[in-house]
Design a protein around this ligand. Structure first.
Ligand SMILES: *Cc1c(COP(=O)(O)O)cnc(C)c1O
Length: 380
């Protein structure tokens, strides 16, 4: 099997699983308990917050554990709106956000929020001038993703944060694709809130975190017990948290080497696809893109067919985004970069991980040449 869907989810690293195991069967105590068994859990949670905070240049009391990236996005947006709606109801985001942000924005519109969805250029970049112009006296939040999950484009986060800071507006970034892959500094980029999810960087599924700057006094998200400083109730997922910490340590340890390897393979794959298959378009920025992201559109081909045929050859990939697969609608991200719907329906996302080899990439190119040729021949 050749796995090229690492933007959807990654394999949990063996050292991550190993770190988690004792927290199921040995240190299973409630972190809120008075007994010593509970204090092991509590210590593990405190340690994990310190590890994560350090990677971001944050303080450990600014890290809040969640059940993943979607929850972190929901929390950031809903709480920012509810906390600050007295000051205004305007939120700025982009047209290419993940559905965890876009659907939350749609929900907030029903609650009285006004949302500006910024355009992006042909490479998927947000325009700083348009952002400046969109800012109003009643703007309370800017939410722009760090890197896009479909086309891999990395936004100028430092500039966006600078603009938000200058205007005294809260800045949230969905960094679910970027955290663990790229170095991030919340001070340098003036980030007030940041979402991440462990399963995108070889951690376990169902656990993530939201960084909330201490000054941004967001309201609670889950009401109940006093966990997570009273803002996110529920007995902590200690094995998940410990696993995420192990995945964070691992990701930052191998970050540079991994990025270098993936970037080389990515560019090799892009080069071969563009050169050896007729009528292929690269989607996303040619250089300011995630190390492992390849996204192309094939003219006169439906991605569903390609995906099924790839699967028969043992190759896992996705079309557009995993969340829209099954639906026939072309990706909102590809439409936003100006791609015609017919072409967007023929898009293919191949996302690399550290285990992929050049031989695998060669196999994928040869297989795609054959598959795309066959589909196009059948159409005529
Ligand atoms: C995967 C992803 C999410 C959702 O994260 P989950 O942990 O699966 O809930 C949100 N935003 C982006 C950019 C993602 O890639």
């Amino acid at each position: 099997m050749i796995y090229l869907d690492n933007a959807a989810t990654t394999k949990t690293a063996p050292e991550v699983v190993e770190a988690m195991l004792p927290y199921f069967t040995e240190y299973y105590g409630n972190a809120g308990g008075i007994y010593r068994l509970g204090s092991e859990s509590k210590k593990a949670i405190i340690r994990a917050k310190e590890t994560i905070a350090e990677t971001l240049g944050a303080a450990s009391n600014e890290i809040y554990f969640t059940a993943g990236g979607s929850e972190a996005d929901n929390w950031a947006l809903k709480a920012a709106f509810e906390t600050y709606r007295g000051r205004g109801n305007h939120i700025i985001t982009s047209k290419i956000e993940h559905h965890a942000v876009l659907r939350t924005c749609e929900y907030l519109e029903k609650q009285g929020a006004e949302i500006t969805y910024l355009d992006v250029d042909g490479d998927g970049m947000v325009d700083m001038e348009q952002l400046e112009k969109a800012i109003r006296p009643d703007t309370i939040l800017i939410s722009i993703m760090y890197a896009n999950n479909e086309i891999g484009t990395i936004q100028p986060i430092r500039e966006i944060g600078g603009i938000a800071c200058e205007h005294g507006i809260l800045f949230h970034t969905d960094a679910v694709q970027a955290y663990g892959q790229l170095p991030i500094d919340v001070e340098d980029c003036h980030i007030d809130m940041l979402s991440a999810g462990a399963h995108k960087f070889n951690g376990p599924k169902g656990v993530g975190f939201l960084y909330i700057r201490q000054k941004a006094k967001l309201r609670a998200f889950i009401h109940g017990g006093q966990q997570e400083r009273g803002r996110r109730a529920g007995t902590e997922n200690v094995p998940g948290i410990v696993g995420m910490e192990a995945a964070v340590k691992r990701a930052f340890r191998i970050m540079e080497e991994k990025a270098e390897k993936e970037t080389a393979l990515r560019d090799y794959l892009i080069r071969r696809l563009l050169r050896e298959i007729p009528d292929v378009t690269l989607n996303g920025h040619p250089t300011k893109r995630l190390p492992g992201n390849v996204n192309v559109s094939f003219a006169a081909v439906e991605s569903e067919t390609v995906l099924i045929m790839l699967d028969m050859e043992g190759i896992c990939a996705s079309g557009g985004s995993a969340c829209t697969s099954g639906a026939l609608d072309p990706s909102h991200v590809l439409l936003a970069i100006g791609q015609p719907p017919e072409l967007a329906r023929g898009s293919l996302r191949l996302t690399l991980g550290e285990d992929n080899t050049k031989e695998e990439i060669d196999t994928v190119v040869e297989t795609l040449k054959r598959i795309v040729g066959k589909i196009r021949a059948m159409r005529i």
